[in-house]
Structures are given as C-alpha cells and as structure tokens.
Design a protein around this ligand. Structure first.
Ligand code: C2E
Ligand code: CA
Ligand code: CA
Length: 566
C-alpha cells in the first residue's frame, strides 16, 4: 500500500479526521497547520503561516525546545515525544504533548511534521497534586521536627541542631532542663492544667535564651538548651537565670503551682563524641542532679554513666528480690536505761541475696526509694513486723513496741495509714505494739497531706518516733508543734561520748529539751558501758546498740529475749 494511491483530497480529508493538532515546518516556519492546531493556538491560517513555531512556545519551555533543536542539528539523539507549554495568541498557557518527526526533503530542505495533544487539564491536576504533596511533605517535616504543644523543636530537631553546631563551633554545651512536680498536677487536676504548665515553661525558657541559642522540648517535661558561644560563662548564667525563673509560681485557674527545676549539662567535645552522646550525657547529669542533690544542677562526668548502669541493674535486682522473697527482717532490742528491761525492738531489713549474702539497707534502700520499689518493700516490712508483734504477744510479752522505719515515699503514696490498719486488723494486732520511726527530714518536709496522715496514724493508736534526731535542722519551736512520742538521738552523737565537753553538752541539751516537751528519748548506737553510764546519768529513757545486741535474725532474737529474761 502506498500513499501515492491517495489523492490530495483524500489526504486533506484524512488530516481533518485526526483528533490531534497537526503542523508542518520547513526551516522552523509553519507551512501548514490543521484546524485543530489553529484552534489550539487561537490563531488563523493567515496569522500563522510563515511564522516561527518557536514564537508560540511559552517562556517556560523555550529553553527545552531550543536545546532539542541544537541537538537535532548536531545529529544527537532527541526523543520524538515530549511535553511543552505553548502560549496562545490571547496569552493562555497550554500544556501539550508534542510528537515530532523530522526529515530532509528531496530538494534538501529540513521538514518537521508534528502533532500536539492538549493535555492542559491533566497537567493542571498534576501540578495541584504536586503542590499538595509538597505541602504534605512540609507538614510531615513539621510533625517530625516540632512539638505540637509548645511549638518548640523536638528531640529530632535538637539532635540535628547539635550535629550542625558541632561542625561549625569549637565548643557547645547542652543543658537538659527537667522538672518535678508536674506528675502530681496531672494526676490531681488533670492533663489540661499539666499542658498549660508545659506551655508556660516553654515560654519562660524562651525568655532566657540568646538569639544564637536554641531551646527544644526533648520529652514530657524535659527541655534542651543548646549554647554555642562563650559556653562556660553562658552555662553559669543560664543555671542562675533558669533557677530564678522557676522559683516563681505558675498561676492557673486551679491555683498556684511550684515546680522544682533540675539541670544536667554536657559539653562537646570534652564529654561527648556525637550528638546522641551530647544529649544522653546531659540527661545522665540531669538524673544525677535530681537524685543526689544538694544542687539542682550537675555537669556530666564519665563516672555517672557507670553509676547509672549499676543503678538500673540494682533496680532490676531489687524487683527480683521482691518476687523471690529475698528480704529478711532483723530485730535489734531496745532497753530501758534504768533497769535494762526489754521495751521493744527496731525492725531492720536485710537483703539475703543468693550467691552474695546479706546486704545492708544502706546499700539498697536509697535505690528502692528512687524507683518506688520501697512501696512493696515497705508493705512487706510492715506485715513481717506486725506478725512479729503478734508472736511476742503470744509468748506473753505485753509492754513493748516493734519499731518500723518508714520512708518519705511511703508517706507520699498517701495510703500508709490505710495499709497499716488493714494489716493490723488482719493479724488481730492492737496498734499500740507498733512504733513508726520517721526521720526528722520527713517531718521537716511535711506538707499538709503528711500532717493529716500523722494525725490519722495517731488516731489509729500507733506511736511515732523521730529518727536520726540532730542530723536535720529541726528547731525547738517547730518540734513543739508536732505530735510524736519519742525522739531517737542519732548515733553520731552517741558514738562521740564521752569525748569533748561540747559533745556531752549537745546530748544533755537534747535530753533537757525533750523533758521539757515530755518526749521519751532513745539513744541509738550505744556501744560501750561508759556511754550507757553517761546516758543513764543524764536521764535518757531507752538505749539501743551493739552493747546490748546487734540486730538479730528473728529466731536469734527470740533466743536473745529468753536469755535476757532469765
Ligand atoms: P537507722 O534507722 O538509723 O537504723 C539504725 C542503724 O544503726 C542500723 O543499721 C543498725 O544496725 C545500726 N546500729 C545499731 N546499733 C549500733 C551500734 O551500736 N553501733 C553502730 N555503729 N551501728 C549500730 P542498718 O540496719 O544497717 O540500717 C541502716 C538504715 O537503713 C536504718 O538506719 C534505716 O534508715 C534504714 N532501714 C533499715 N531497715 C529499713 C526498713 O525496713 N525500711 C526503711 N525504709 N528503711 C530501713
Ligand atoms: Ca530507725
Ligand atoms: Ca536512726
């Protein structure tokens, strides 16, 4: 089949039939265009004939078309189909799919036969799509890098910033700023107030930073401040400013709140090698500042990490110890100073760790307190001690009390009295056989909630002793306002006896004061006959210490008691 079979009329009919716009160029000038092509460009035959088609190409596509042309002239590969933007005589932009075939005519002229398909609608939709995709990208970026609540950068953002700064600065510091107190607020008045406070914290922190510094929200109530100039100077300034800033209360519609602020600092490059270490080491320092005190801030030090490791291990071990019942309660007798009659015993916990042996409470109670494991442990101690009181009673003892050490955390939990009441009634033990030893600092820190609990406990009928007296800062007048039955002179004072006159005078002063307040006094850590003699002379009521007995396992304690009575 040959095209020559078709007359020009047929060919003309054929071209009119086609759905596409058709054009023919020689030397880039239009020598023919069909109706569709004229309609596409909104022009007429007269206007288009002899014109450069390039003059109808929109600026956006001009470079592409010219480049294609140059390549064709050089005989390089040119795709014969591509998208370009044309501009109509009225100025409308049309997206077209251009299909081109080029050849040289018999007389040597360059001929281009092309067709165009109007794809404007499709293209506009596609562009909108791309724009919304870009917007979504942006949204995703914002979600991934910024905190919704405060509008500050988040942890990811902070890490990126640290990385950037590490490249351009000799030294940077990261302050990890954390707070305590907000959990109680969330629990008591709800998350709205908590959220409100977090926003206020962010606002306050923003006010202390310089232009070159960055504040981000790392997690919950932890923020990061990145310092990149005059590092040490600024760190000191910031610690002061932030501490001052958070001494002020936060006012909400539910009332005023005070939060405690803690700051951990790590410095690059001395403390860390990459951005992750910068952050995690600032966090270790923060944990240290929170748990060890006395300051509310701490710089990172390598030893902290080792300690943190052992701390976590310790917590895991303590959990196991609770599960596997590895604790034992020892008892140390308390005797009346005058006649050395048995008047009670202090229950002291021991951890009998398989493969290790007995571990003293000084080595684990603090960890138990930090992790709240003191609550289940404390409940266990309470049950054991009440059971022991029951045993003694059944053996015929009546005038005694078992002393139980109570941690501040147990008061903070709020259900101390309830738990004790339940335990006592389950075991059918009257409350007067129990004495709670509470340290001076718990009394001093006493918030309203605690003093209510103290009253409840007194109403229950247990007695209360102030433990470690003399190591805190109780003032006389303060003591007077509190209700408790006995005061335990800390062993550091007793162990100094007889010592210097000033040591003796201190003990005398405590004894005189207690008499004036009608309090019983217990001397702890009595180790020598001499100490006992002095305490007797000065009128101390009760003594406890190695001189009489070390703390003993339950069965040895009962043996001691029997022998003591004979
Ligand atoms: P603490 O309440 O001051 O207990 C007295 C500590 O002094 C006991 O140490 C006891 O063994 C020791 N001690 C007694 N007599 C003498 C003596 O003559 N000389 C010397 N040098 N020391 C003497 P322990 O048993 O190691 O307990 C240490 C601390 O652990 C206790 O101090 C108490 O704060 C805490 N603790 C012990 N058991 C418990 C418990 O069940 N719950 C809580 N929360 N804390 C406990
Ligand atoms: Ca005690
Ligand atoms: Ca004590």
């Amino acid at each position: 089949m040959r095209i020559e079979n078709c007359s020009p009329a047929i060919i003309r009919g054929l071209i009119t039939q086609l759905q596409d716009a058709i054009y023919v160029l020689t030397d880039h000038k239009v020598i023919y265009a069909n109706e569709k092509m004229l309609a596409l460009l909104e022009t007429t035959e007269a206007e288009l004939e002899g014109e450069l088609l390039l003059s109808f190409v929109d600026d956006e596509s001009r470079d592409i078309v010219e480049e294609r042309y140059r390549r064709r002239v050089r005989g390089e590969f040119v795709p014969n189909e591509y998208n370009i933007v044309m501009r109509t005589t009225s100025g409308k932009r049309k997206y077209v799919r251009n299909h081109v075939a080029a050849f040289t005519d018999e007389d040597g002229t360059q001929v281009v036969i092309g067709s165009m398909k109007d794809i404007t609608d499709v293209e506009v939709v596609k562009r909108d799509l791309a724009a919304s995709q870009q917007q979504q990208e942006e949204m995703r970026f914002i979600d991934a890098n910024y905190d919704k609540l405060t509008g500050l950068g988040n942890r990811v953002n902070l890490l990126n910033q640290i990385k950037l700064e590490m490249r351009s600065r000799d030294e940077i510091a990261l302050l990890n700023v954390g707070f305590t107190g907000i959990r109680e607020i969330n629990d008591n008045v709800g998350y709205n107030v908590g959220d409100h406070l977090i926003k206020s914290m962010a606002r306050r922190l923003r006010t202390v930073i310089d232009e070159s510094e960055i504040v981000a929200r790392v997690t919950g109530v932890q923020f990061g401040i990145l310092v990149n100039l005059h590092v040490y100077e600024r760190v000191n300034e910031l610690i002061e400013e932030i501490s001052r800033l958070f001494k002020r209360s936060f006012v909400t519609q539910h009332g005023k709140y005070y939060l405690n602020v803690y700051i951990g600092i790590s410095i690059y490059p001395s403390d860390a090698t990459d951005e992750f270490e910068v952050l995690s080491h600032a966090h270790s320092a923060l944990t240290h500042a929170k748990s060890e005190g006395p300051l509310n801030w701490a710089f990172f030090d390598e030893a902290l990490n080792v300690r943190a490791g052992t701390r976590l291990q310790m917590q895991a071990d303590l959990r196991d110890a609770i599960k596997n019942e590895e604790f034992e309660l020892f008892y140390q007798p308390k005797l009346s100073t005058v006649d050395q009659k048995f008047v009670g015993a202090e229950a002291l916990i021991r951890w009998n760790k398989p493969g290790v042996g007995y571990i003293a409470p000084d080595l684990f109670i603090k960890h138990a307190e930090l992790s709240d494991l003191i609550l289940p442990i404390g409940n266990w101690v309470m049950r054991e001690a009440c059971q022991q009181a029951k045993n003694l009673r059944e053996l015929g003892y009546d005038d005694f009390a078992i002393g139980i050490n109570i941690s501040a955390k147990q008061f903070a939990a709020g259900d101390l009295c309830e738990t004790l009441k339940t335990t006592l009634s389950l075991l059918k033990v009257p409350a007067r056989y129990i004495d709670l030893e509470v340290t001076e600092t718990v009394y001093l820190d006493m918030k309203e909630g605690v003093s209510d609990q103290i009253n409840e406990l007194r109403a229950l009928g247990v007695s209360l002793s102030i433990d470690d007296f003399g190591t805190g800062y109780s003032s006389l007048s303060y003591l007077q306002s509190l209700t408790f039955d006995a005061l335990k002179i800390d062993q550091t004072f007793v162990s100094k006896l007889p010592g210097q006159p000033s040591d003796l005078n201190l003990v005398k002063a405590i004894l005189n004061m207690s008499k004036a307040l009608s309090l019983k006094v217990v001397a702890e850590g009595v180790e020598t006959e001499e100490q006992l003699r002095i305490l007797k002379e000065e009128g101390c009521d009760i003594c406890q210490g190695y001189y009489f007995s070390r703390p003993l396992p339950a069965s040895d304690f009962l043996t001691w008691l029997k022998e003591h009575d004979n």
